[in-house]
Design a protein around this ligand. Structure first.
Ligand code: SER
Length: 877
């Protein structure tokens, strides 16, 4: 069975068990401060497990794109070195939300694996939670009893808390789990060692394929467990491992999910998979990482310098580095793999096909820039090697290796490899210390402590009324204390709220709550796990009373202007540039709007003007914003809504429509576009290959911007005492100015000639040497130099010593004819240095010409005479 058929069989099976089939949620998570990437299929359902969001379907199944490269679940370093870990993988999952529990989860898993997929039962094992004293929990006898119906008891094993109690993170929903393992070894090997002894022992052919989690608890910040409002099932099956089992392979990388990619890289590099371990690791690393990077880009997460973008950048660099070091790939190559990735996965994940050009451009650009960094790092390393050898040392300082790691992306093993070829080693202890120091630094920079929620009002669901109201009476249902980088903050949740929580690029509302004469500022509003969280610097003295909650209306209005203008901008860009324009990110705040979109070249002045014109025309039309709340997704698409890949929408969506602009959006908007007043683009530029950014302003901000420009213009008119032919006048002024400059330069040259001629008449001769020494009245050191060089061409056997007071600073210049330098062993540099002591300064230069500057113009005469004496001394012997 090939991988596509296998995925479909899983989905069909659970559909036949009344599960709703969902598509994958984005792999990159945008609105959850506790998680950067989807690391398990259950992430998108966290709110439901916690009881913060209502259950829409009791049963769901899907194939979820997951990424385990940060936080509690991080497999990055294993990837490539073994044959069954991945950064990105697909997790096949079935869910029960307060519906079926252990029995059905176990029975159906068995039915699918054994009856449908025909996996051999004697190779299957199941583990159950052995219990934990720490959490005061007993063995999961219930799950064991269900397994006993299918498996002999020696195929059921007990597992500890690490393996058989699943937790999403340090806090959050969790529960005991039952894992299904498969033993794929040969008959002989299985006879030698029983499969049960190799479970959870990191054996590449005895692997876990499916985890059935029985979600029952919420882990709190203080470490205790509290029961969830309902019992749920969360299962996750490693798709790539299932493919390995079904296709009788020894490694995930031997399946049809990876082989086409591996073969493509092998062909590019002229290597063969399966001949050399180092080469194989590199091939696996690259085949794995190109998936992660490509899918991240389709989720609008471009490689960048911080947070999730930085993780993606590092993964890309890891792949490039393996290619560079072990496959001799010194030119960009990753981007050429997108084509084969699409062949393998494009059918089930059409976002890859749709965004192919963008993925290729972004990856290629990243590769190029990293290869440049790598080349610079290698240059630096060469210098270090040279110096270490010259000093006769054998050990390179750990800090140096760390700098290579930190700045140039050189991991220690690459540095060590290059050093080894030169018989050098790194001081590892120092390297580790430098690494530890940096980790501590970043840990304290992001240090955040979150307390547990304190419930005041139970069972109250939070309702958002901010589309219609800016003020309402509220009660606090729960609150908790946070400490971010040493500062205490409070997060409050209300039963009903007019405050918009930051999401969809729109910043959160601010305002205040007030009761009994006490007014507390809401400094920000965020969204987290289905809750709207109001942030304050202090806690009300009585959190249980009823408060009047008031949103800062002025700010909200400015935000609405910018948000609606963003939609108009998006539509105008598509009209002017084409349908390939897709939103890649946005920020809407009261001051301005920022819109990132796919497009491959700079916008011309005309295009920018056209876009502005269209948006302003729409504003003047005063189009009424039509909002459709809670309509089915299909209806929204029929209305023309653009559903963006990489966004997760529920079945019921909110649509914001302004004539031809139709967008899925939860933000707050103007009632009619006229309110926006004016739209002005203030900047346009690239943020990465294939993605451009426009910043713009509206309403009063735009008005002020235009007025400031007009005022400058008025000032100019005032200066010209006319508003007629302004441009012509300015051009005339510029050209007149440049003519005058030319005239002045010619005049100054002529002046210099006069000075030079005057100097020539002051020559005094000693032993056939022509001396000119003089304190001069000139404007710059350049003038003296020019005169010196003119004299040199016209006077033979010349010694020229000049001093000058240049705006309170002393200057001393010495020039010799070349023949004198040789004949009398003269060195202008040495003489000027000595003589400059008289002007309290220093200088230098060549043997025939040198100059010095000094603080004391009073000493110029003395300096000239010192220089002259030194020269005479040489000449006269
Ligand atoms: N949440 C569990 C896991 O990730 C099962 O889906 O393994």
């Amino acid at each position: 069975m090939n991988s596509s058929e296998l995925r479909q069989t899983f989905l069909d099976f659970f559909e036949s068990k009344q599960h709703k089939i969902e598509s994958s949620a984005p792999m990159v998570i945008k609105d959850d401060p506790t998680l950067m990437f989807t690391n398990a299929g259950m992430n998108q359902f966290k709110d439901i497990f916690l009881g913060n969001s209502p259950i829409k379907y009791n049963r769901i199944a899907n194939s979820q794109k997951c990424l385990r490269v940060s936080g509690k679940h991080n497999d990055l370093e294993e990837v490539g070195h073994d044959t069954y870990h991945h950064t990105m993988f697909e997790m096949l999952g079935n869910w029960s939300f307060g519906d079926y529990f252990k029995k059905e989860a176990i029975d159906w898993a068995w039915e699918l694996l054994v009856d449908v997929l025909k996996l051999p039962t004697d190779r299957l094992y199941a583990s159950v939670f052995e219990g934990s004293e720490e959490d005061n929990m007993k063995r999961d006898d219930e799950a064991a009893a269900y397994w006993e119906k299918h498996l002999p008891t020696d195929h059921i094993i007990n597992g500890n808390k690490k393996d058989n109690f699943w937790e999403m993170g340090d806090v959050g929903p969790c529960g005991p789990c039952s894992e299904i393992h498969i033993d794929l070894r040969s008959e002989d090997e299985r006879k030698r060692i029983a499969g049960r002894d190799l479970i959870n022992m990191d054996h590449p052919q005895v692997v876990e394929i499916w985890n059935l989690v029985f979600m029952q608890f919420n882990r709190k910040a203080d470490g205790s467990l509290e029961a969830l409002p309902h019992q749920h099932v969360d299962t996750g099956m490693g798709f790539e491992r299932l493919c390995m089992a079904m296709q009788n392979k020894q490694s995930n990388y031997d399946t049809d999910v990876f082989q086409p990619i591996i073969q493509a890289i092998a062909k590019m590099s002229g290597k063969t998979y399966g001949e050399n371990e180092e080469v194989d690791i590199a091939l696996r690393v690259i085949a794995d990482h190109i998936r992660t990077i490509s899918f991240a880009i389709t989720d609008s997460q471009l490689p960048s310098n911080n947070k999730a973008g930085y993780v993606i950048r590092r993964i890309l660099r890891r792949a490039v580095r393996y290619g560079y070091t072990f496959l001799d790939l010194k030119e960009p190559f990753m981007y050429r793999l997108v084509e084969v990735l699409i062949e393998v996965m494009g059918k089930h994940f059409p976002e890859l096909i749709k965004q192919r050009e963008l993925i290729e451009k972004v990856v290629k650009e990243e590769e190029n820039s990293f290869l440049r960094t790598l080349a610079n790092g290698i240059k630096l390393l060469d210098q270090i090697i040279e110096k270490t050898k010259a000093d006769d040392f054998k050990v390179v300082q750990g800090e140096v290796a760390f700098e290579l790691y930190d700045t140039y992306g050189f991991p220690l093993d690459l540095t060590e490899l290059i050093l080894k070829e030169n018989d050098l080693v790194v001081n590892r202890r120092e390297f580790n210390e430098a690494m530890e120091t940096q980790k501590n630094r970043s840990r304290s920079a992001t240090a955040m402590e979150t307390g547990d929620w304190i419930e005041i009002l139970k069972d109250d669901k939070e309702e958002f009324v901010g589309y219609d109201y800016l003020s309402t009476d509220v009660k606090i249902t729960r609150y908790r204390k946070m400490n971010i980088k040493g500062k205490d903050l409070f997060q409050l949740v209300f039963n009903i709220t007019p405050f918009y929580g930051e999401s969809g690029g729109q910043v959160g509302d601010t305002g205040y709550i007030e009761a009994n004469g006490e007014k507390i500022s809401i400094v920000d509003t965020k969204k987290e796990t289905g809750l709207i969280i109001h942030i304050t610097n202090e806690l009300p003295s009585d959190p249980t009373c009823t408060f009047k909650a008031v949103v800062n209306a002025g700010k909200r209005e400015l935000i609405a202007n910018n948000h609606t203008a963003t939609h108009l901008l998006h539509a105008a860009l598509r009209e002017v540039l084409g349908d390939h324009v897709e939103q890649k990110g946005s920020l809407v705040n009261p001051d301005h709007l920022r819109f990132d979109f796919s497009h491959f070249q700079k916008l011309s002045e005309e295009e920018i003007a056209k876009v502005e014109e269209i948006v302003n025309h729409k504003i003047r039309e005063n189009a009424v914003t039509e909002i459709k709340n809670n309509i089915p997704m299909q209806q929204a698409v029929d209305l023309g809504a653009m559903a963006l890949f990489g966004e997760k929408y529920g079945d019921l969506v909110r649509v914001v429509k302004l004539n031809e602009s139709v967008e899925l959006c939860g933000g707050t908007h103007v009632k009619a576009t006229g309110q926006i007043g004016l739209f002005k683009i203030t900047s346009e530029g690239a943020i990465s290959a294939g993605v451009r950014r426009i910043e713009a302003i509206t309403a009063v901000k735009a008005e002020k911007y235009i007025n400031d420009k007009l005022n400058t213009l008025k000032e100019i008119e005032r200066t010209f005492k006319s508003s007629q032919n302004l441009l012509k006048n300015i051009e005339a002024l510029i050209s007149e100015n440049s003519e005058m400059k030319k005239g002045l330069e010619a005049f100054e040259k002529a002046q210099l000639k006069l000075v030079k001629n005057a100097l020539k008449s002051e020559i005094s001769e000693t032993k056939g040497v022509n001396f000119i020494s003089k304190k001069m009245n000139v404007k710059s050191a350049g003038d003296i130099k020019d005169i010196a060089f003119l004299l040199k061409t016209e006077v033979e056997n010349l010694v020229f010593i000049a001093g000058a007071d240049l705006d309170g600073k002393a200057n001393l210049t010495i020039m010799f004819s070349d023949n004198l330098v040789k004949e009398y062993d003269l060195n202008a540099g040495a003489i000027v240095r000595e003589a400059a002591k008289e002007i309290k300064g220093g200088g230098g230069g060549q043997a025939f010409f040198a100059s010095a500057g000094g603080k004391d113009p009073q000493g110029i005469d003395a300096a000239i005479s010192t220089a002259k004496k030194m020269i005479l001394h040489k000449i006269e012997g």
